[in-house]
Write a protein that binds this ligand. Structure first.
Ligand code: HAM
Length: 435
């Protein structure tokens, strides 16, 4: 019996599997650490929530009529008979935690970030997985369009630091409960005579969630919806002003965007600002991030009316984009500084004590296990890209010293007293000592 990872879920590995550098864990850490730095610099602090929540939270927050809730959730009954769901997105859990832990009492504006796995039972393909990771932020407690501009700028700055500059920022306003019903009616009126030419999905959306008809990927639906009325022409005064200000701020910050009246996104909680960042190089799954404002969500989840805005960025898609664009990330060096090759049982005893001392001195060190020949151990040290190879045989032990080869110095060999090896390596490795 051979086991495989669950469908469309990925193993991330310490080595780069051939042709799939995006699954290399060092690259993931690089992306995550760039994200953490940007967030810190913009004043966002980390939040972590459980991998699952009560199913009802997502039904209420994301919306029963959405594809995510109606078709894509990993839902199960726990042993206590509760319906639980693996998080299909990052926002609702953050709002639940914000309310449960009364974060609003700490400060009226909470700026939070997360790096989290998300689960959706989707039809898998390259760039679309059933488990994926999102780096995201949520700014809860402000209506100010300047915070919308901050959130969007943060996302764009993150891409810039990753090296993904070939992006397009799509922007729309999806209005609010005051102006949306009027638009919904106008949209239905427009779509009704065209329904026969549209997909079954869009016919269903016509009933439950007409705005979603706008961003169907089906060719027939796109053709039918092409001439649909624009939501931005139906915005109430408040939404209109908010959207105008946001555009003004983005222009002032020199953030380029494209207005797209068909951008509605797949969540019921959005109000006003909706945005998506696409990377055209990616092909079909080209959305590398998306977000928007959700001024009714906190109330929907049982809190006081509180505005909010955030985004989620797909880590896999960013890494695949980097790979496709041929952009290298600064990777942490995972090779050991020192490798100890021992020959004979007595030398091995000294060697593992020395290994222990080197590691205590925080010098990344490795050892040639399994009593292999010196040649085999040297091959391994070379494969691991160790800078120093410390050789210990019976003669060396008798003399109380070790032979050390420095591969940054053409493999030059020196004899160093055993008691001094740690200090010697430490001195030589500086200033390149690894943390
Ligand atoms: P979303 O657009 O569904 O938004 O997901 C955000 C990003 O996650 C997408 O742009 C994409 O890069 C990535 N992504 C989504 N689904 C998959 C998948 N199946 N495989 C790989 N990557 C994927 C949200 O989830 C909202 N919670 C974002 C948000 C935060 N809005 C406000 N605050």
């Amino acid at each position: 019996m051979r086991y495989a990872a669950p469908p469309y879920m990925n193993d991330l590995l310490p080595v780069s599997p051939s042709g799939e550098g995006w699954r290399h864990t060092a690259r993931w850490r690089a992306v995550e650490s760039i994200f953490r730095r940007v967030c810190l610099q913009y004043g966002y602090r980390e939040i972590r929530t459980p991998v699952m929540e009560s199913t009802e939270l997502f039904q209420r927050a994301v919306g029963e009529g959405t594809d995510i809730v109606s078709k894509e959730m990993f839902t199960f009954t726990d042993r206590g008979g509760r319906s639980m769901t693996l998080r299909p997105e990052g926002t609702a859990p953050v709002i639940r935690a914000y309310l449960e832990n009364k974060l609003y009492a700490d400060s009226p504006l909470q700026k939070l970030y997360y790096i989290t796995h998300v689960y959706r039972y989707e039809r898998g393909q390259k760039g679309r997985y059933r488990e994926h990771q999102q780096t995201g932020v949520e700014a809860i407690g402000s209506q100010d369009p300047a915070i919308d501009a901050e959130v969007i700028t943060l996302a764009m700055e993150f891409y810039r630091r990753l090296g993904i500059t070939q992006t397009e920022l799509l922007l729309n306003s999806v209005g609010c409960p005051v102006c949306r019903p009027r638009y919904r009616d106008a949209l239905r009126e427009y779509a009704r005579p065209l329904l026969h030419s549209m997909s079954r999905d869009n016919q269903r959306r016509f009933e439950v969630n007409p705005l979603r008809m706008l961003d169907s990927k089906e060719e027939a639906d796109r053709a039918a919806m092409k001439g649909a009325p624009k939501l931005t022409e139906y915005l109430c005064e408040e939404c209109h002003t908010h959207f105008a200000r946001l555009q003004e701020y983005l222009c002032a910050l020199e953030v380029r965007f494209t207005l797209n009246s068909h951008l509605v996104r797949g969540f019921d909680y959005y109000t006003k600002t909706a945005f998506e960042i696409i990377c055209p190089a990616l092909g079909a799954q080209n959305a590398i991030g998306g977000g928007g404002r959700y001024d009714g969500l906190v109330e929907e989840c049982g809190g006081e009316p509180t505005p909010g805005i955030g985004f989620g960025i797909g880590t896999e898609r960013c890494l695949i984009a980097l790979e496709q664009l041929g952009i290298a990330l600064p990777l942490e060096d995972e090779s050991p500084i020192a490798f100890i090759a021992a020959l004979g049982e007595e030398a091995k005893l000294h060697a593992i004590k020395l290994l222990h001392a080197l590691r205590r001195a925080e010098i990344p060190s490795e050892f040639g296990y399994d009593n292999r020949s010196l040649k085999a151990q040297m091959r391994l040290a070379n494969r691991l890209n160790a800078r120093f190879v410390i050789m210990l045989g019976e003669d060396e032990v008798r003399q109380g010293s070790a032979q050390i080869k420095d591969f940054h110095n053409g493999g030059a060999q020196e004899s160093v007293r055993l008691s001094e090896v740690t200090d010697w390596i430490f001195r030589k490795a500086e200033p390149h000592a690894k943390a």
